[in-house]
Design a protein around this ligand. Sequence first.
Ligand SMILES: Cc1ncc(COP(=O)(O)O)c(C=O)c1O
Length: 445
Amino acid sequence: MTDTPFPFDPGATAAMLDWTAQRIADGPDPKHGAQAFAALEPVLGGSITAEGIGAREAFALFTDTIVPSTRPFGHPTSLSFVAAAPSRAALSFDAALGAAGIFAGNWDGGAGAIHAENQALRWLADLAGWPATAGGVFVAGGTLGNLSALHAARHRRAQAVPRPERWALICSVEAHSSIHAVARVMDVDVIAVPTDAGGRMSAEAAAPHVSDRVFAVVGNGGATNCGAVDDLAGLARLCAAHGLWLHVDGAYGGAALADPQQRGLFDGIERADSLIVDPHKWLFAPYDSCALLYRDAGHGAAAHGQQAVYLDTVDKTHWNPSDYALHLTRRARGLPLWFSLAVHGTDAYAQAIARTRAIAEAIARGIAARDALDLLLGPQLTVILFRPRAMAEADMVRWAETHRRSGALLCLPTRWRGEMVFRLCIVNPETDPAQVLSVLDSLPG
Ligand SMILES: Cc1ncc(COP(=O)(O)O)c(C=O)c1O
């Protein structure tokens, strides 16, 4: 063995890989969930010592304490927030990718990985109906994707018009919280436009808010709380008329572009300027990745490229992912999606997304048929909002906690038009509607 400060027994590597294989086969345990600081501290506190505790002990902390104290988002009964449903292919590959230790910030560092990631980006660009100029990069999540796209939007607008006292963007009141967070980082105002009864923003509602200080309109491609897809065709026309950038936040819903039955909801997206889709939401990839795409990738590069003498050796004639978002170093986080697509094929993806939608429809039908429950909305994409007719808010919270703890169902309350409601968001094609409805039968009538 070469002299190293970090000797490591290959047997320990093998043991970790065995655990990994078993975990991927079994999936997460639905009974797992966050434990209190007071429970974790006696076990994990002090685990970093001067001498080290060794691989066996450190890995046992991971398997026996860390993993059980995490929410099993990948389980088919996990139907709150926007969960995850990584394919076994994607999870297996992610383990291998970690071992490969690839730097994918620029072509020199990660050409093969970048080329393959770009295949997955091209698939998404084709689904959006975008030309050969389209391109982008995988970033860590939708928040960073939204920030990077909107920075490019303002950069382009700033070349064309005098700088206003305050920049502003237009979005709907249903826009994700990350749009507001991005606006704070960019120090721009948010003009939040009211929606229709389903949470959809129309071009007519947005139009009166257009002014010289607006640089972009953000259309929902699947609002988180209600699943609404905004009137993208109308918004594209509005943006074209005023030289504005249309950004589509499809972090959750953009996956539905792959389902021919749902594609019509996104008509107009072919004229949008940028789009994000999170593969860790409804594209069956593990955390964390967001596909950020520009219809004209040159706008992304104009806004984001970094320059420094120590970067002069980077070959600028190649595709350098660091040029397209707010980052430099990056792992090839789009590769698990590429691998899963390559293994299963795009038809399997279309079918899995259509099946998820069918599961949501079956659950919504079951809710509508139950006297104890009011179906309020949906499914829109795969989001369902409903309310038990005779249940106080505190009881709803207690019911949700009981079923979360037992592992039967993660179904947490949200608010819709001011009222507490239950929300389901299905992204897992293995969710069983009959099982979900049988849990909902425990709600009092
Ligand atoms: C519509 C939408 N946009 C943006 C985000 C933010 O994505 P991320 O959590 O990956 O930063 C989310 C997350 O749920 C989302 O649903």
